[in-house]
Design a protein around this ligand. Structure first.
Ligand SMILES: Nc1ncnc2c1ncn2[C@@H]1O[C@H](COP(=O)(O)OP(=O)(O)O)[C@@H](O)[C@H]1O
Ligand SMILES: [Mg+2]
Length: 296
C-alpha cells in the first residue's frame, strides 16, 4: 500500500469478481447499464484508431445523482465489466483520492494534481488499458465560476485548471485510458470539466419495482444467515414495504433494514425475529428523517 503514488488509493487488476458483484448488486434500468458499458467499450475500440479531430472523445464518463444511488458501485463495477467484455486481463482500475489531493498542504494542490495526472496516471496508461475512478470529482474540478476568491484559496482554482490541462494532455497521449467520475453535486463541477465528458449519466432514485428488488436482495441476503427471514422475502407484505421505500435511495433502503433489526433489544439479539411491520415503520422513519434534514 505504501508503494502507491500520492493521491492513488488503490490499484486493482481486472477483471475482479468482487467488482462484478458490485455491478450486479445495483438495481437499475438495464438499458442504462448497457449504455454505460457501451460508452466505456467504445472508448477502447475507437480512440486508438480515430483521430480526435474527427471524434473528440476525452475518455471521461460522469455519473451524477443523489448520494446513495449507487454511483461509486457502478463506476467500479463498470471497470470490471469493460475488462471482461474485452476478455483481457491487462486492464487495471486506479482509484484516485480527490480529498487527499485537495487537502494537500496549502499551495501544493496544483502540484499534487499535476504529478498525479502527468506522472502516475500517465505511467499506468503506458503499461496497459487503464480505468481511473475520480470519485466525488467536485473536490478536484470545482466550478471556478462559483468560487469566490475570498472564500476559497486561489489554489482551488489552480487545481481545477491543472485537472483540465492534464485531462487534455492525457486524452491526446493515451487512447487506452478511461476516467469514470462521480458527483453528488454536478452543479459544483466546473463547466469545462463537464464539457469534456463523453457521457454524463444521471443515476436516478429507485422506483417502486427497483425498491422491491433492492429489498428482496437485502432481505434475501439476510435470510441466508437467518433462515426465519425467508418468509419476509416471500410474503405479501414486501410489496407494501417497497411502496413505503419509494423516495429513498438504495443505501437508505439497506440502512433502514438495519435500523429495523435494531428497533428493540430483543430483535437486535435475535435479528431473524424482525417483522415486516418493523421494517415498514423503519422505512417511514427514514422518510421523516429526510424531511427533517431537508433532503426529501
Ligand atoms: N440502485 C441500487 N440498487 C441496489 N443497491 C443500491 C442502489 N443504490 C445504492 N445501493 C446500495 O447503497 C450503497 C451505497 O452505494 P454507492 O455506490 O456508494 O452510492 P453513491 O456513490 O451514489 O453514494 C451500496 O452498498 C449499494 O449496495
Ligand atoms: Mg459515492
Amino acid at each position: 500500500m505504501n508503494e502507491l503514488p500520492k493521491g492513488i488509493h488503490s490499484i486493482t487488476r481486472l477483471p475482479s469478481a468482487p467488482l462484478g458483484e458490485l455491478w450486479d448488486s445495483i438495481v437499475m434500468d438495464e438499458d442504462m447499464k448497457a449504455k454505460l458499458l457501451s460508452q466505456a467499450a467504445l472508448n477502447f475500440t475507437l480512440r486508438s484508431k480515430v483521430p480526435r479531430s474527427v471524434i473528440p472523445l476525452h475518455g471521461v464518463i460522469m455519473l451524477t445523482g443523489l448520494p446513495g444511488t449507487g454511483k461509486t458501485s457502478l463506476a467500479k463495477g463498470l471497470a470490471h465489466r469493460v475488462a471482461k467484455s474485452f476478455g483481457s486481463n491487462t486492464f487495471r482500475l486506479l482509484e484516485v483520492e480527490p480529498h487527499s489531493l485537495a487537502s494537500a498542504a496549502h499551495g501544493k494542490t496544483q502540484r499534487a494534481v499535476t504529478d498525479l495526472f502527468g506522472q502516475a496516471i500517465s505511467e499506468a496508461a503506458q503499461a496497459g488499458p487503464t480505468i481511473v475512478l475520480l470519485d466525488e470529482v467536485e473536490t478536484l474540478a470545482a466550478d471556478r465560476g462559483k468560487l469566490s476568491l475570498e472564500a476559497n484559496p486561489v489554489d482551488v482554482h489552480r487545481a481545477t485548471d491543472a485537472v483540465l490541462v492534464q485531462l487534455d494532455a492525457l486524452a491526446e497521449k493515451h487512447p487506452n485510458l478511461l476516467f469514470v467520475a462521480t458527483s453528488n453535486f454536478p452543479k459544483a463541477v466546473d463547466d469545462a470539466f463537464l464539457s469534456r465528458c463523453d457521457l454524463i449519466l444521471e443515476v436516478p432514485l429507485p422506483g417502486k419495482e427497483a425498491c422491491l428488488l433492492i429489498l428482496r436482495d437485502c432481505l434475501g441476503g439476510l435470510a441466508k444467515v437467518f433462515p426465519e427471514m425467508r418468509k419476509l422475502v416471500d410474503g405479501k407484505g414486501l410489496e407494501d414495504c417497497a411502496t413505503a421505500c419509494v423516495g429513498l435511495d438504495g443505501r437508505a433502503i439497506r440502512k433502514m433494514v438495519a435500523n429495523a433489526l435494531a428497533s428493540d433489544q430483543a430483535t437486535a439479539m435475535n435479528p431473524g425475529s424482525v417483522t415486516m411491520s418493523a421494517i415498514v415503520a423503519a422505512a417511514k422513519a427514514a422518510h421523516k428523517a429526510r424531511v427533517k434534514e431537508g433532503r426529501a
